[in-house]
Design a protein around this ligand. Structure first.
Ligand code: ATP
Length: 310
């Protein structure tokens, strides 16, 4: 059974079409929903929760119709909203217990679950302190905890890394991955950064101005959009020699800035092939990094993007 399924889903506001004939099918595991600001990610999440009505089309969540079974969906689904929405003068513990009770848990069970989830997100020590004194990272973790308190079957996480510094961002991405893998909860997580969703998602769905650009396994996505930057040493013209060998082996390769070689990733074996050819030429492999295209360029004419370590 699909976790989320939409058909022809459309949402029009007075001045803008936020979702345009969207057909998506999300299964178990971690699914990344990526798109630039205004692409329609939050609108989709609100429709899936039954909080905002669609203009036309249909959507189901865990087999329930969003148009008629919003209450049932919200009892089965955890939701982490994008913006700062936490009460400053309440402790994370009180807030999560309260939301657990609102989801139908008896008080004692809500307390027990709240302690568990706050520990899982790394807020065991601070859980009795008022949220107003929390860092942004702690607030994001408190928001994640309340999404998990009623043991949902699916969580919808809207920009969980928003406003975080690089180290807190990595911690949050690790947590998101754990929720999907260790707790076995289906996850739909949004971001405007393709790179960070690739780190945690099994599947990536890309929205552009409310339209579906692509929906595929993360690995397919990488192969379709990525290239490698390679640096070798050992001979004065090491980069040229390797470039020629790569082209002779049928790969697309070209010189890049700083005596690097850029190689298009053809499939999962490409990095091994680069390594083997380097060794065959008696050269040393200094580094090999993925280069991603920018999300805006992915489906258009390509272009250089951020470089991330393999
Ligand atoms: N309540 C509303 N009334 C009118 N227009 C809206 C409303 N909510 C969203 N929109 C518009 O719909 C489009 C999609 O917005 P949405 O918030 O879903 O995008 P998003 O991908 O989540 O972006 P962001 O990350 O910036 O929140 C935007 O053009 C936005 O201005």
């Amino acid at each position: 059974m699909s976790v989320i399924e939409t058909a022809g889903l459309t949402k029009r506001y007075a001045r803008v079409t936020a979702l345009d004939q969207l057909d998506v099918n999300v299964g178990d595991g971690v699914t990344g929903l990526v798109g630039a600001n205004g692409a329609g990610k939050s609108t989709l999440i609100k429709i899936l929760l039954g909080l905002v009505p669609a203009t036309s089309g249909t959507a189901t969540v865990l087999g329930h119709d969003v148009a008629t079974e919003g209450g049932r969906i919200r009892s089965l689904v955890g939701y982490m909203p994008e913006h700062d929405c936490l009460p400053a003068d309440t402790s994370a513990s009180d807030m999560v217990v309260h939301l657990g009770q609102m989801s139908g848990l008896p008080y004692a069970a809500a307390r027990e679950r709240a302690a568990d989830v706050l520990r899982h997100v790394g807020l065991a020590e601070e859980r009795y302190r008022p949220i107003g004194g929390y860092s942004t990272g702690m607030k994001q973790r408190a928001k994640l905890a309340q999404a998990l308190v009623h043991d949902p079957r699916l969580v919808l996480l809207d920009e969980p890394t928003n406003g975080l510094d690089p180290s807190s961002r990595n911690d949050m991405l690790t947590l998101v991955r754990r929720v999907g893998k260790e707790f076995g909860i289906a996850v739909l997580v949004t971001s405007h950064l393709l790179g960070e969703l690739e780190q945690v998602s099994d599947h990536v769905v890309v929205l552009d101005s409310g339209r579906l650009l692509r929906s595929s396994a993360t690995t397919d996505f990488l192969y379709a959009t990525g290239s490698l930057l390679v640096e070798v040493q050992g001979l004065p013209d090491a980069d040229r020699l390797l470039g020629q060998a790569l082209v002779a082996a049928g790969l697309e390769a070209r010189p890049a800035e700083g005596a690097l070689i850029e190689v298009d990733v053809r499939d999962a074996s490409t990095p091994d092939l680069v390594r083997d050819l380097t060794v065959d030429l008696g050269l040393g492999l200094v580094r090999m990094q993925e280069r991603h295209h920018r999300i805006e360029d992915v489906f258009r004419d390509g272009g250089a993007g951020s470089v991330q370590p393999v």
